[in-house]
Design a protein. Structure first.
Length: 200
């Protein structure tokens, strides 16, 4: 009986540990720490940006949703707009898309000025609950996750589709609210795009 109880206790402890490991961060939680290499081999630590607003963008150059936003310069323009306001923008490629050579070509072709980090094993994607490309996250100056969701409210997968009139850019809106010292009015929205290519 004692052996059975011990086995059950161990099993429950393992189940709790596994559940905690799978639980992705939500707005209001402390942003999961990470240390990843960019496409040039430089190590980037989230801790290096303590006290700054950080935007994380899950990216896949082969995804038509991503291609549309880079054709429209949605990401690059927003990153440039906020660069002088102390906002750090980081792209993250997870699993099969974490191909440094492919991403280097993407950076050059699309005029990307910010680092793209390689999350080959998918650990960071899972920690944040990244499901699609693009999937956007904003970390505030206190290191808390302030926003998680889509870049905007238009789930359009045609790379050549123009910007739709009345589009609400959730990330732009959230950044403006954070910079004004206000709470983010929509801390979580539905992300759309291609699925993140996690390896098993």
């Amino acid at each position: 009986m004692r052996k059975i109880l011990v086995s059950m206790t161990v099993a429950v402890a393992l189940l709790v540990t596994m559940t905690m490991a799978r639980a992705a961060a939500k707005p209001g939680d402390t942003a999961p720490a990470f240390s990843l290499q960019d496409t040039s081999g430089k190590t980037v630590n989230l801790a290096d940006y303590k006290g700054k607003i950080v935007v994380l963008e899950w990216v896949n150059p082969d995804c038509p949703y991503v291609q549309r936003h880079y054709n429209l310069k949605t990401m690059t323009s927003l990153a440039d707009k906020n660069k002088d306001k102390g906002v750090v923008w980081l792209g993250i490629a997870t699993g099969a898309t974490a191909d440094a050579d492919r991403l280097k070509k993407f950076v050059e072709t699309d005029g990307v000025s910010y680092p793209i980090l390689l999350d080959s094993d998918g650990a960071i994607g899972k920690a944040y609950g990244a499901k699609t490309t693009p999937h956007m996250f904003i970390i505030d100056k206190e290191g808390k996750l302030a926003y998680a969701g889509g870049i905007d409210d238009q789930a359009i997968g045609d790379p050549k589709a123009p910007l739709k009139e009345g589009t609400v850019n959730y990330v732009d809106k959230a950044l403006s609210e954070i910079q004004a010292g206000s709470a983010v009015s929509q801390p979580e929205t539905k992300a759309y795009g291609c699925s993140v290519k996690y390896s098993k």
